[in-house]
Ligand binder design. Structure first.
Ligand code: SF4
Length: 232
């Protein structure tokens, strides 16, 4: 699809992926990641519950039915409110597809069960360079194999911590030598990323919010022209 085709659409399409980062921290050590615990330059920030609810209310107002992710460039289980936030998201934005990625380090069977009451989809990335499953993730995996909720999708990718992936828009610590190319990208047309202070970054590759599109309270619905915001 070309950007000109997107511009020509009438009405202008609503985003279909939203990521809400409720805390901007990770405890991981992935050398390809701009926010691994050795490289993250961001001041610690947690989203207020008021802002989180305001985002949800505004999504409800536009009858949002796309994917709603409770993470972006972070480890969501570092936020002790994450299960409660998943519950609120389920209750308020009823038709969204609720999704969460985690590195699994803080996951227990109990937390997993609580989260899966509300989520449609969880991805548990098991990171280490020996490709061995961490013992707590193995427990969750064994539990999941016997669970009777086949409509809910859970996957357990085995991932290398030191993999070389994309340059993440020039921010990947282990791909700094990759030359930037000038090219257009459609992702900002379909994805919205809300940081803990309400700022909208260009996309999930803009982990440090180098490019701020707007600040959430006054922008979400205006940008997409669908309704008036309810937030103050
Ligand atoms: S890839 Fe995920 S787990 Fe690894 S450091 Fe980045 S945010 Fe953390």
């Amino acid at each position: 699809m070309l950007i000109s085709e997107v511009y020509a659409r009438d009405p202008f399409p609503q985003f279909s992926f939203i990521e809400i980062e409720t805390i901007n921290r990770c405890n991981g050590n992935c050398s390809f990641c701009p926010v691994n615990r050795k490289n993250d330059p961001r001041p610690l920030n947690k989203m207020s519950e008021d802002l989180f609810l305001s985002v949800l209310e505004q999504l409800r107002e536009v009858d949002y039915r796309g994917t709603l992710s409770l993470f972006s460039n972070n480890e969501p289980l570092l936020d002790s409110r994450i299960i409660d936030f998943a519950r609120m998201a389920r209750e308020v934005v009823r038709h969204a597809h609720l999704k969460l990625y985690t590195n699994g380090t803080l996951l227990t069977v109990e937390k997993f069960r609580s989260l899966m009451r509300y989520l449609d989809n969880m991805v548990i990335d098991n990171y280490n360079n020996r490709l061995v499953m961490h013992s707590n993730i193995l427990e969750v995996y064994e539990y999941w194999k016997g669970a009777e909720t086949p409509d809910k999708k859970v996957i357990f990718p085995m991932r290398l911590e030191d993999e070389e992936l994309s340059s993440r828009g020039g921010y990947a610590p282990n791909r700094k030598n990759v030359a930037a190319i000038k090219a257009s990208c459609l992702l900002p047309f379909f994805q919205m990323v809300v940081r803990p202070d309400g700022k909208l970054s260009l996309c999930c590759n803009d982990a440090w919010v180098h490019t701020r599109l707007a600040t959430f309270k006054h922008s979400l619905l205006q940008m997409h022209g669908t309704a008036k915001p309810t937030g103050s």
